[in-house]
Design a protein around this ligand. Structure first.
Ligand code: IMP
Length: 186
């Protein structure tokens, strides 16, 4: 079965291909599709569905899309679906704002969440979610990963996602867990 992955992110594409290895996963570019959908949903799943439906409509193939972010307990679940746009700047500015908003806060519990949607050309939907838990550190640790990885001390790994190797992170990550859950349903 052929699936289009509606993402321009090479890291996500690699992980999708690795976990859904029985499927022939085409990148958006390989399917002749430019994945530029506005993420107007109020939940991760709504955004994943928006992206997957758009790609399935445009390509006439089954499409898979994800949406993910960081939810911090003391901030009422923020930055949540706004994780990428939290500060209006890039990853470094987002991390700086998160640290500022948690100044003096003792409850630093947080989780990453990832929603995955698979949509067929006739509009059928299959969805899954994955989470991974940890705490937000007081300062950045590690050089790997992206986004909030240097600030996320994983409960499972006992180090930040930026200190972990890619395989190590994928084994416990929200995206890995969502993809495995989707694979079960498939
Ligand atoms: P999106 O799913 O590509 O829209 O990602 C949303 C944002 O959430 C990213 O820009 C990151 O800031 C954050 N994020 C999602 N997954 C991760 C992760 O595995 N590590 C670090 N940050 C992440």
């Amino acid at each position: 079965m052929k699936l289009v992955a509606a993402t321009g992110n090479a890291h996500k594409l690699r992980e999708i291909r690795e976990i859904l290895s029985e499927f022939d996963i085409l990148s958006a570019a390989e399917a002749g599709y430019s994945s530029d959908v506005e993420e107007t949903g109020s939940t991760f799943l709504e955004n994943a569905l928006l992206k997957a439906h758009a790609a399935a409509n445009a390509t006439g193939m089954s499409a898979i899309a994800d949406d993910s972010g960081l939810c911090v307990e003391a901030l009422g679940g923020k930055p949540g679906v706004y994780s990428a746009r939290y500060s209006g700047g890039g990853d470094a500015e987002n991390r700086a704002l998160l640290l500022k908003n948690l100044e003096g806060e003792t409850n630093r519990r947080a989780y990453f969440v990832c929603a995955i949607a698979l949509v067929t050309p006739d509009g059928r939907e299959l969805c899954a979610e994955g989470r991974t838990y940890g705490v937000i550190t007081e300062e950045c640790r590690g050089k790997g990963g992206f986004g909030y990885d240097p600030l996320f001390l994983s409960d499972d790994l006992g180090k930040t996602f930026a200190e972990a190797g890619e395989e190590e992170k994928n084994a416990v990550s929200h995206r890995g867990r969502a993809l495995h859950a989707l694979k079960q349903k498939l």
